[in-house]
Design a binder for this molecule. Structure first.
Ligand code: APR
Length: 251
């Protein structure tokens, strides 16, 4: 189990040039979720959906990890086996920065799934040309991305890790989508120290022991540099969870 679990969203990749969803210039300003991020939208117009994800796959490949991704990777290196990233992002910038334990709760642009044989496979090319599935030959490959109304990936593993965590950080997400948005309540209940690092405050800021507002490339390196290897405190199963600290908002 990881001592530090980090939930990231589109905001951590924003300064790498990858668009977020709900900002004024976000993806959901140009596209209706129903059209490009639901099974119904895919069934109605697969070409539109493939074009949407092919373009995002190309943009993600052209982007580079930023200082926030790198700071988390450096912490992972400093504390081997103690840092788990649960990302809502479908880009691979955490991996390319060097993070070793990343769970993509909403899937990945770098993976495709065959609707005929069910296999998931690493994928880097466009899907618009309906390439044949390498495993079964069917022209039934779709983006291996979790659409609205579909089950997210690895939820049991994620719940288990959050429930055992000592620290739970939320970085660059609006908290608009469950079950990812519900994880902070689980962490707080388990007695983890919680922190929000985001460009702007959330509605549920009261759930966080600490709130650090600002761009991730500034706040994340400063925040992770405070974390030094400290001996794991023996968890007394009978102890009451630490009292919730005041929500200190620091800029
Ligand atoms: N640094 C830190 N935070 C930032 C930055 C930045 N440079 N830029 C934007 N943010 C913050 C915004 O303030 C916002 O709260 O990142 C958040 C982005 O929110 P969304 O666009 O809603 O993206 P996200 O929270 O990841 O969306 C969750 O919704 O549509 C689905 O599947 C999609 O995984 C996505 C999920």
């Amino acid at each position: 189990m990881a001592r530090i679990v980090v939930l990231t969203g589109a905001g951590i990749s924003a300064e790498s040039g990858i668009r977020t969803f709900r900002a004024a210039d976000g993806l959901w300003e140009d596209h209706r979720i129903e059209d490009v991020a639901t099974p119904e939208g895919y069934a109605a117009d697969p070409a539109l959906v493939h074009a949407f994800y092919d373009e995002r796959r190309r943009a993600a490949r052209a982007a580079q990890p930023n200082a926030a991704h790198r700071a988390l990777a450096e912490l992972d290196e400093r504390m081997p086996g103690e840092v788990l990233i649960v990302t809502q992002n479908i880009d691979d910038l955490h991996e390319r920065a060097g993070s070793s334990r990343v769970i993509h709760i909403h899937g990945e642009l770098g993976s495709a799934r065959c609707e005929e044989c069910g296999r998931r496979m690493s994928w880097t090319r466009d899907l618009a040309g309906r390439p044949a599935c390498p495993a079964c030959g069917a022209r039934a490959l779709r983006p291996d991305v979790v659409w609205f109304g579909e089950a997210v990936y690895a939820l049991d593993e994620i719940f288990g890790a959050v429930a055992q965590s000592e620290q739970f950080w939320v970085i660059g997400t609006s908290g608009a989508v469950t079950p990812a948005a519900s994880l902070v309540a689980l962490a707080a209940e388990a007695g983890a120290r919680t922190a929000l690092l985001n460009l702007e405050a959330h509605d549920d800021v009261r759930l966080f022991d600490e709130v650090v507002l600002g761009p991730a490339t500034t706040t994340v390196p400063a925040f992770t540099s405070r974390i030094r290897e400290t001996p794991r405190a023996p968890r007394d199963p009978g102890a009451a969870p630490p009292s919730r600290g005041a929500t200190g908002v620091s800029r």
